[in-house]
Design a protein. Structure first.
Length: 201
């Protein structure tokens, strides 16, 4: 499929930003494989749930890290997870980027509202596209490619940009520790509990 840079449709969708988010997802895919245990009952479904939740956690924590000022969350409730690159709402799904399944296109109310508010600047006829990060894996669950898709109302992929494989590198996101300083507390009195009536005698 012909590659088209997402920034041609919205200026917030730069190659650097997409690559950073893609690597957060790829990291979760690789790390979750290390915990796959078929003897304990794991299968593709349990592995899919684990890597999805881990990827959500990576994205959620990256918001507080340096270099991710463009990233925020639009929705994070239950199994609904939508992040924003700048103003653009995006979901990620495991699917063939060149033939995404129907489930990939489902939209929530918050996503539709956000899309209606987008400012496209000087870009003419950008189209109302649904944006999805599609990750394809092999039979063993290893990610083999990741692409950002812009899909229109007729379910036609108008924007397809596949991340170069040499840029898909698992990484550790530095997280800021914002925990409050501890407070010293006097030690509790330790002793045998006595009956109040006995104390009165």
């Amino acid at each position: 499929m012909r590659q088209i840079l997402p920034a041609s449709f919205h200026s917030d969708l730069t190659e650097d930003r997409i690559t950073k988010i893609g690597n957060l997802i790829i990291t979760a895919y690789h790390e979750s494989l290390e915990f796959f245990n078929e003897d304990k009952g794991d299968d593709r479904w349990t592995h899919g749930c684990r890597r999805y939740k881990w990827a959500c956690k990576n994205i959620r924590e990256a918001i507080e890290a340096d270099g991710y000022g463009f990233l925020s969350l639009l929705e994070d409730t239950g199994n609904k997870f939508i992040f924003l690159i700048g103003e653009v709402p995006i979901k990620f799904k495991c699917t063939n980027p060149e033939d995404p399944n129907e489930n990939v296109l489902k939209q929530s109310r918050s996503e539709m509202q956000q899309l209606s508010l987008l400012d496209y600047g000087d870009i003419k006829h950008p189209g109302q596209l649904v944006w999805r990060m599609a990750v394809e894996d092999d039979f063993d669950g290893n990610p083999i490619r990741l692409a950002l898709l812009g899909i229109d109302e007729s379910k036609t992929t108008r924007c397809y940009w596949e991340l170069p494989k040499d840029k898909l590198v698992p990484q550790i996101v530095p997280i800021h520790d914002n925990k409050a300083d501890g407070v010293e507390i006097a030690p509790a009195k330790v002793g045998l509990r006595t009956n109040e009536k006995e104390q009165e005698k």
